[in-house]
Structures are given as C-alpha cells and as structure tokens.
Design a protein around this ligand. Structure first.
Ligand code: TGC
Ligand code: FAD
Length: 388
C-alpha cells in the first residue's frame, strides 16, 4: 500500500513528466547551491548580483517556454512553475528577476514582436546577456494601468516617448525596457534600449521587502524610439495583460515555494525545540499549525498544477489565473507569518529565513495585481458587475 507523504501528499512529483522532473531537480540544486548561500547578505545589504541573470541563463531558466530558436526549450507551463517554486523557496526577489525576464520582457517580444526583434533580442535575453524590464506601473496608481500618462507621439522614423514609470523590477540593471505608452490614446508596447537618449533609471532604496531584488523607476524625456522598436502585434491593455497572465501563473507556484520552505523550516524547528519537558512538535497547537500549513500549501500546488495543464492545452481563462494568484499569495503570506511565530525570537533573525519570506511575500501579495484587485476581477466574473 501507499504511505502518506507529509511533504507531497498528492504525489505531485509522480504526476510530472520526466522532463519536468529533470527541470525541477536542476532548479532545486541551483537554488540551494548557488542562491541560498548568498541570500542573507544580499537581503541585508540590499543588493542584487547581476551574475545571477547569467547563471540562470546558463541553466536554461530564462524564457524556458520559448522555442529553441530563441534560446528556450519549449518547457511546459508546469515546468516554468516548478522553476519559480524552487527559486522562490530561496527568495521572492530572485524569482522576480526570473519572472520579469521570462514573462514580462521576453514573452511580449515573442508574442507581439517582429521577426527582426525576436532574432535580435531573444537569444541574448535567454542567455542572460541582456536584461529586460517591464514598465507598466506609474506613480499615480498601479492598480489602474489604463490611466497611464506616458505618451508616444509619431515622428519621422519612429516615436517620441515622454513620461515615467515607477516600481520597476530590474530597471537600474536593464539593457532594455518594455515600455507601455499611449499612442493617440491607444496603449502600445515599445522596446526602449539602454543607450537611447533621454532614457534614465534610478534605484528605489530603503525597501523593507524584496531587498535582494533591485527595483527602480524609469524616466522618459523625449526619448526617440525608432519604428523598428514598436511591438507591431498588439494594441490596448491586452498587450501588458497577456504578459501578466504568464507571470501571475508563475507567482502562484513561486509563492507556494516560499511557503513550502517555511513549512519545512517550522517542522524542523519544532522537532528540535524542547519546552516544558517535551519537544514543541508533540504539542497539539503546534501540530494544528503544521497541518494548516500543509493543507494550504498542497491545495495551492494542486490548483497551480491544474492551471498549468490548462495553460499547456490552451483551455484557460484569465480569471482562473486571478483566482490562483490571489489565493496562493494570500495563503503563502499567512503561512510565512505563522512560521515566524513558531520560531519564536529566533524567527526574526536573517539566518533562519522565515521572516525574510514573510516580508517578501507582502510585495508578492501586492504586485502583479493586488490581492483585492484580483477579488474584484473575480467579483466581476461572478456577478457581471465591475466594482473597481
Ligand atoms: P478591462 O476592461 O478589464 O480590460 C481592458 C482590455 O484588456 C483585456 N484584458 C486582458 N487580456 C488578456 N489577459 C488578461 N488577463 C486581461 N484582462 C483584461 C480586456 O479583454 C480588454 O480588452 P479590449 O480589447 O476589450 O479593450 O480593463 P480595466 O482597465 O477595467 O482593468 C481593470 C483591472 C483592475 C482588472 C486591471 O487594470 C488590473 O489587472 N490591474 C492590476 C494591474 C497589475 O497587475 N499591474 C502589474 C504591473 S507589473 C508587475 O507588478 C510586475 S512585478 C514582477 C516581479 O517582480 O515579479
Ligand atoms: P494602488 O493601486 O494605489 O493600491 C493601493 C490599495 O488599494 C491596494 O490595497 C489595492 O488592493 C487597493 N485598491 C486598488 N483599487 C481598488 C478598488 N477599486 N477598490 C478597492 N481597493 C482597491 N510594476 C511594473 O509595471 N513592473 C514591475 O516590474 C514592477 N515591479 C514591482 C516591484 C515591487 C517591489 C513592487 C512593490 C511593485 C512592483 N510593480 C511593478 C508595481 C505593482 O504592480 C503595483 O505596486 C501594484 O499593481 C499595485 O499598485 P500601487 O502600488 O500603485 O497600489
């Protein structure tokens, strides 16, 4: 007969393809051997090591779902999710770097770019040689991107861009930015390259969350973008939202990867910690907390897995992504906070990681559509009334 596996109760591993298992093993080894040893200092010092992009490129993690011609391996959505799970088990900021490159910078070029744009940028981005960022959010209200003020005006040979973006992952280290701007009132995507005049990026400091990820702004002061750099294949909010669909799906896996780390850490900690003559693990209250964590984490993975299979076959809808992004981020944040509590005072230290996960997940619960914004997306689908 089968035995209950506390760390894989629904045999998720057994339902992966051989290829997906290989990707998972590679991502797990890389994350534990290369990322875990540097994360405590990176978070403390608020630095992102640019070399990580090159390493992830070598590992084949960047744009993994794209065809080989563009540096990918036609990995499944589930494989992409598994990479996010393993990387975010170490730090949400490292997963951010991967998601932005794959889903928010490479994907729009792949889905909406010209053949020339794909050939010029994608292989180098897959290798981590070029870093991309995604500029949708502006300072006046991230939840409402339709209200953006950044504009593009058609000029001889191209466009002039004016405006600015705020809260942009990787912008200070990026070689190119996918900038969404209004051209005659219509949202269009532009590939803005580092050396274009009038393009500036500044670092946002003093974050108390996602400190191992670099976040910045984008300034666009009369930036000339040649005709060759507009994304020809899409108009309107469907452009940026198509990228967000992919990234939000990955976050549904990643957030649960962070929660899973916290669950394992808590289980280990309570087994070691003896109080009132017995280990904490022998206490009912503690066991209930572990059971609650396990339940939320593995239900979250099941949902993410089901969604991944739907994405692979094309039978998905954006609302299902909102449901999983919202649920898994909210639940992961609750698990990380509980883990911090179960570690007592030691839970606040950097070396035990759990409080860093909780702090990071505050951002993860907000970006890519805040928790309540996804509730409103679902609410609109349930009732037919838009309540934004
Ligand atoms: P709405 O009327 O709902 O839609 C406008 C047009 O867009 C289409 N659309 C979608 N297409 C594809 N996929 C989706 N998920 C789509 N959602 C909407 C829609 O069909 C429509 O097309 P058309 O042709 O009819 O015009 O637009 P709205 O303005 O009412 O939007 C409402 C709302 C709140 C749902 C939306 O604005 C929203 O999702 N807000 C949240 C913003 C957000 O997620 N920002 C993320 C910024 S990037 C980021 O955070 C990166 S962090 C990365 C990291 O570090 O990991
Ligand atoms: P607001 O939109 O001002 O929301 C504030 C609060 O109001 C939230 O609780 C929200 O749920 C709530 N709210 C909003 N609308 C309603 C409503 N109608 N009814 C009730 N409540 C509502 N953006 C990018 O474009 N690219 C990036 O790479 C990127 N990286 C990021 C990295 C970090 C570290 C962070 C913190 C953010 C990043 N973002 C990025 C921006 C992110 O997507 C936004 O922060 C997010 O969309 C929320 O926007 P906001 O911060 O302006 O909050």
């Amino acid at each position: 007969g089968q035995t209950f596996r506390w760390d894989d109760p629904f045999d998720l591993t057994g339902r992966l393809t051989d290829e997906e298992r290989m990707v998972q093993d590679a991502a797990r080894s890389y994350a534990r051997e290369a990322l875990l040893p540097r994360v405590v200092a990176a978070f403390r010092d608020e630095v992102f090591d640019r070399a990580i992009m090159t390493e992830m490129g070598e590992m084949g993690f960047l744009g993994a779902m794209l065809p080989e011609q563009y540096g990918g391996s036609e990995a499944s959505h589930v494989a992409y999710g598994l990479i996010a799970r393993e990387v975010e088990a170490i730090d949400s900021g490292y997963r951010s770097a991967m998601s932005v490159q794959s889903s928010l910078a490479m994907y729009p070029i792949y889905a909406f770019g010209s053949d020339e744009q794909k050939a010029k940028f994608l292989p180098k981005m897959a290798a981590g040689e070029l870093v991309g960022c995604f500029g949708l959010t502006e300072a006046d209200g991230g939840s409402d991107p339709a209200s953006m003020k950044t504009t593009a005006v058609a000029v001889d040979g191209g466009y002039r861009l004016n405006g600015g973006k705020y809260w942009i992952t990787n912008s200070p280290i990026s070689d190119l930015a996918i900038v969404w701007a209004k051209l005659d009132g219509n949202i269009r995507g532009f590939i803005v390259e580092r050396d274009f005049d009038g393009f500036t990026t500044g670092k946002i400091g003093d974050k108390l969350s996602l400190r191992a990820s670099i976040t910045g702004d984008i300034g666009l002061n009369d930036v000339f973008v040649p005709e060759a750099n507009i994304l020809p294949g899409v108009q309107g909010l469907r452009g940026p939202f198509s990228c967000l669909n992919k990234a939000r799906f990955g976050i549904a896996w990643g957030a649960m990867g962070a929660a899973e780390f916290c669950f394992h850490a808590s289980r280990d900690y309570v087994a070691e910690r003896t109080l009132f003559g017995r280990p904490l693990s022998a206490r009912q209250l503690v066991q209930k907390k572990l059971a609650d964590m396990q339940t939320e984490i593995f239900l979250g993975f099941e949902g993410a897995y089901a969604l991944g299979r739907l994405l692979d076959t094309g039978a998905w809808v954006p609302e299902a992504i909102s449901l999983m992004k919202r649920n898994n981020c909210g639940k992961a944040l609750a698990v990380a906070r509980e883990a911090r509590d179960m570690h007592g005072g030691a839970g606040i230290t950097g070396e035990l990681h759990v409080m860093r996960h909780a702090m990071n997940l505050e951002t993860v619960n907000t970006y890519e559509g805040a928790h309540d914004v996804h509730a409103l997306i679902l609410g609109r689908a349930i009732t037919g009334e838009a309540a934004f």
